[in-house]
Design a protein around this ligand. Sequence first.
Ligand code: NAI
Length: 462
Amino acid sequence: MAQYDVIIIGAGPGGYVSAIRCAQLGLKTACVEGRATLGGTCLNVGCIPSKALLHASHMLHEAEHNFATMGLKGKAPSVDWKQMLAYKDDTIGQNTGGIEFLFKKNKIDWIKGYASIPEAGKVKVGDEIHEAKNIVIASGSVPSSLPGVEVDEKVVVTSTGALELPKVPKKMVVIGAGVIGLELGSVYSRLGAEVTVIEFLDVITPGMDPEVQRTLQRILKKQGMEFIMGAAVQKTEVAKSKAKVTYKLRKDDSEHEIEADAVLVATGRKPYTEGLGLDALGIQMSPRGQIEVGKDWQTNVKGIYAIGDCIAGPMLAHKAEDEGMAVAEQIAGKHGHVNYGVIPGVIYTTPEVASVGETEETLKKAGRAYKAGKFSFMGNARAKAVFQAEGFVKILVDKETDRILGAHIIGPGAGDLIHEICVAMEFGASAEDVALTCHAHPTYSEAVREAALACGDGPIHS
Ligand code: NAI
């Protein structure tokens, strides 16, 4: 029987990063993973494969819409779906293989199989029991189900099935205008499907800055996506590889139907803790099925920790990674910490959307005096040159002190630009600090500086 300092359950971004940090800190570490490859949902059936398909479909969109304007002549390429899926799978393989290499390099044992915890200090995988002074649960999340909607992963699919459809559907219905719905909806829309998004609320991407929500919806509509807002999906019925989706409009309770060749259910995810034996251990859970943890990510059972999607907070790979590093440091007797106020969120549509910190809504609710500095990409030369001048950067600052409280970006490279603001927030910087920093020309990042200038004496290019 092997003895470990730490056994981590799950090799997603939370688990594998935690394992690497534990090993770097000198702890004898193992990671249990039942999938055939490491990397969890994110690398195998989530963030990474979707980014490959988003990239390929964006290239097609560029060829169809902008090549001629740039003087690039000839017919736009047609879609070889099998090859596109092979490219996506190759991208996955390179990344999952990379983690396997890192495990070997850091002398982390990969215990293959699914784990349960018979008691504190013990992890059971198959018939074998492994001993560990510390156990970190990083078991992730699974798509939540919707009553009346039966997922077969062929016609009615979750994000997993949506990455493996047998062909590009003619008509696709997406249930839920959240991150998954909009990213994968964009992929299929750009590949030629008629995509209709049905959303329960009156706004897309709940929780985001309302101006960003409106701008993104307007741009996606212009790109060809249809939206049915304020509608609750009641059921789906599948016959002969076609689906009928029934939904009710909230404003008048009227019932409607829509047909599709594929239905993507993207109505949120829930923690995955099945089979771990948490009940028998007496581990405290929240009413939403999340594992309850303290400030050091320890559960109410000593020596058992939990991180990532299976605990509270945004279900984001990078939040799990940060918790993974921090919990490793805690276990090693150091001072692991996560600043939950500075966790960026990104939607990888075109244009990208990114946000961090407070929104105008949260600030108003808290009664805080703030100022918003906004700059449109219309005033950014680089964005104009690449047909991406729609969108803006908005920085929110404390009215008194000018300290940055949050930022919301919709536009080219938003997912990268946001990190300038994240670093500024980590350092407690003011908008003036950003405005006084020289930004290279011509870059998209100049729009961030201009928004910072808009918090003070005003931007130059608007
Ligand atoms: P989500 O929570 O982002 O959005 C779900 C949407 O479905 C909401 O707008 C909700 O109002 C709507 N909805 C719920 N029930 C409905 C019904 N019966 N009829 C119509 N609409 C309904 O969930 P999503 O997109 O499934 O993503 C799950 C998690 O994965 C999120 O926490 C997200 O942050 C994460 N994720 C993050 C990505 C990123 O960072 N780029 C990419 C993909 C997923």
